[in-house]
Design a protein around this ligand. Structure first.
Ligand code: AMP
Ligand code: MN
Ligand code: MN
Ligand code: MN
Length: 283
């Protein structure tokens, strides 16, 4: 069993990279890929744990793209963490995130929910501030009862206090990831749009834009969703990956390797992913 999607406190998770490596062994995983948003900041400490654990530790990241007027997440799996150009590109993305964060603070103040960036920073162990940390700050100020309520009322994608970032196009993300030696994969496709969304054409378009895989196994997918996306990947000739999207205490229902309970990502998927990494088509 493997898990190719999880977050540390270098983005919006709560576990240290070292802790994740140990947890990977505890969960009896064969391989574990760290995929923090917009950063490889935790990857050094994570990979340095390799001699101490049995689970194979892998490097990755998760990028946000704009597609059909919504936000689409793309995983960069097996990227080279030493790639200087990719590091610089991620730094540029973090700059755009900081700009969005400043504008979101201003927007929330306009709406009558004044918090400061320092309030938000106080809830993070990293300079990379995400909406998870905004939710904690809004709850601490008493503007919402619990952090998840902040996503319902204020900062969820369709809420008045949400400010979008300047996001990449899927083709740009795919190229950046390929050029860093990784495989670009559509993350949790079922989360992108409602249940009635027809994926057939959209996924084919993403494939044309350079996306080579899709996350067919996911911590919160229902059995029918998993079956649908695995079959779709097979029809299109895309690789299938899988992961829990574990965030530690920030997503309490999810366990590493297990997701919300029934997740079981087969080892063979990693072998196919590595074949794709070596021989996959460059777009
Ligand atoms: P950001 O990258 O700052 O836009 O924040 C996005 C992160 O917020 C996601 O990666 C999730 O961890 C979290 N998130 C987004 N929407 C929700 C939601 N509706 N409920 C809980 N967490 C969410
Ligand atoms: Mn997240
Ligand atoms: Mn995501
Ligand atoms: Mn994720």
């Amino acid at each position: 069993m493997i898990d190719l999607h999880c977050h540390s406190l270098h983005s919006d998770g709560t576990d240290t990279p070292e802790g994740l490596a140990l947890l990977g062994d505890e969960a009896q995983l064969t391989a574990l890929c760290l995929t923090d948003h917009d950063t490889l900041g935790g990857v050094g400490a994570f990979l340095a744990m390799q001699p101490r654990v049995k689970v194979r530790l892998l490097a990755g990241t998760e990028l946000s793209c704009h597609f059909l007027g919504r936000s689409l997440h793309v995983l960069g799996l097996l990227v080279d963490p030493a790639d200087a150009r990719f590091q610089a590109r991620l730094e540029e993305l973090r700059g755009r995130r900081e700009d969005r964060n400043r504008r979101m603070v201003a927007r929330l103040a306009e709406l009558g929910f004044p918090i400061t960036l320092e309030d938000v920073q106080a809830h993070a162990n990293t300079p990379l501030l995400s909406r998870v940390h905004f939710a904690l700050a809004l709850a601490a100020r008493g503007f919402v009862r619990r952090p998840p309520d902040a996503f319902v009322k204020l900062i969820g994608d369709d809420c008045p206090g949400f400010v979008p970032r300047q996001e990449l196009s899927p083709s740009e993300a795919a190229r950046w990831i390929r050029e860093a030696g990784g495989v670009p994969v559509v993350a949790h496709p079922g989360r992108f749009a409602g249940g009635t969304f027809r994926w057939e054409d959209a996924m084919a378009e993403l494939q044309r834009q350079g996306l080579e895989g899709l996350e067919g196994y996911y911590g919160e997918f229902r059995a029918a969703e998993q079956k649908y996306f695995v079959a779709l990947a097979s029809r299109l000739g895309m690789v299938v990956t899988g992961g829990s999207d574990y965030h530690g205490a920030h997503k309490p229902g999810l366990r590493l390797g297990r997701g919300s309970g029934g997740l079981k990502v087969p080892d063979e998927l990693l072998e196919r992913l590595e074949t794709q990494q070596r021989f996959g088509s460059y777009h």
